[in-house]
Design a protein around this ligand. Structure first.
Ligand SMILES: NC(=O)c1ccc[n+]([C@@H]2O[C@H](COP(=O)([O-])OP(=O)(O)OC[C@H]3O[C@@H](n4cnc5c(N)ncnc54)[C@H](O)[C@@H]3O)[C@@H](O)[C@H]2O)c1
Length: 314
């Protein structure tokens, strides 16, 4: 992208705060406008306030951004992405999940080459950028002697039961929200192939359980994914088992830590200095990659399409 990146931010809710915090640290960024029908005040960005609109169409009438960031409730992503693609020439970073159903994926795909969907649409699969995930992926790449990943168990808990109906309005369900984070995170470690269980949702959408097939170093395996909002605390953990060598890699996404062990021996460990808040630790490298000119494939439309197809299979 060019030296000065003019950004339009659509949706000024919870996650928008992290986008603004990370964008504000970077040089060469200007916030051209914000859009949110439920927010009256323009947002402060590096001490100044950019024009604020209640709708994206109106904003794109007045501005030519280089990047449109869509950070709105999940079921609005598709409509807003189509508006950004057809009414501007900007790249579009859409919060995860890219879309909430397969019909919306088809709709985006149908814009095809005319709108350069594959070249312009990126999805903020932020969990794939978390430091403990990148550490785990590096360990696996550096240790082929561990053999294939023969089993994965991942459990993601968010305290959204406390937010009641608002959680369903913003995120639809635990599977819609955490399932995408789990799948995009696992894409760092293995090649996902198919969802292997039905009836994923439970507790009225507040919890989920499913199994996903994958391949690792030529071997097929199964990942077990649990997520739930029925808790007062956030806790997220993933365990990768390498059955042939007896190695296990435990990664704690809440603490952003990890370790690898084999029997009673600690093989490697990862920690952090405690200074970087978790969401900043995800979005800082995400933007670094997006704005680098060679965005990580995990941000690509093609990865989002694979994740969406796995995630929404009936
Ligand atoms: N909260 C998180 O930790 C988090 C983390 C990663 C990704 N996400 C994703 O980000 C998205 C937003 O989540 P959130 O937690 O910020 O939700 P939120 O409800 O806090 O914020 C969404 C904002 O979008 C605004 N909005 C609604 N419709 C709009 C429209 N048509 N145009 C412009 N603005 C509109 C709302 O008024 C609200 O201010 C979701 O897709 C979610 O999955 C959230």
């Amino acid at each position: 992208m060019s030296d000065l990146v003019q950004v339009g931010l659509v949706g000024v809710g919870i996650i928008a705060e992290t986008h603004l915090e990370v964008l504000a640290e970077r040089s060469g960024i200007s916030l051209e406008f914000t859009v949110d029908p439920n927010v009256a005040e323009p947002t402060a960005f590096r001490g100044t306030r950019s024009p604020h609109y209640s709708g994206l169409v109106e904003a794109l009438d007045a501005h030519q951004p280089d990047l449109v960031v869509i950070a709105t409730p999940t079921d609005t992503h598709a409509d807003l992405a189509v508006q950004a693609l057809t009414l501007s020439s900007a790249r579009v970073l859409v919060e995860k999940p890219l879309v909430h159903d397969l019909a919306s994926l088809t709709r985006l795909r149908s814009l095809g080459e005319t709108a350069d969907v594959r070249g312009r649409v990126f999805t903020a699969h932020h969990f794939a950028f978390s430091p403990e995930v990148r550490w785990g992926a590096k360990q696996i790449a550096e240790h082929p002697e561990w053999g294939p990943v023969t089993g994965i168990t991942s459990a993601f808990y968010d305290p959204y039961v406390l937010r009641g109906e608002q959680a369903f309005a913003s995120y639809i369900s635990s599977w819609m929200d955490s399932g995408v984070n789990q799948l995009s995170m696992l894409a760092r470690f293995v090649d996902l192939t198919e969802l292997t269980s039905a009836d994923r949702q439970m507790d009225g959408g507040a919890s989920s359980w499913c199994t996903v097939g994958y391949r690792s170093r030529g071997t097929a395996g199964t990942a077990r994914l649990r997520s739930s909002w029925l808790t007062g605390s956030s806790s997220k953990e993933t365990v990768l088992a390498f059955g042939r060598s007896g190695v296990e890699v435990w990664i704690d996404h809440t603490a952003m830590t990890g370790f690898a062990a084999q029997g009673g021996s600690l093989l490697a460990a990862y920690g952090n200095d405690g200074r970087t808040p978790r969401k900043v630790a995800h979005y800082r490298p995400l933007y670094e990659s997006l704005l680098s000119g060679r965005p990580d494939p995990v941000l690509s439309f093609d990865t989002a399409a694979i994740v969406t197809e796995l995630h929404n299979v009936d």
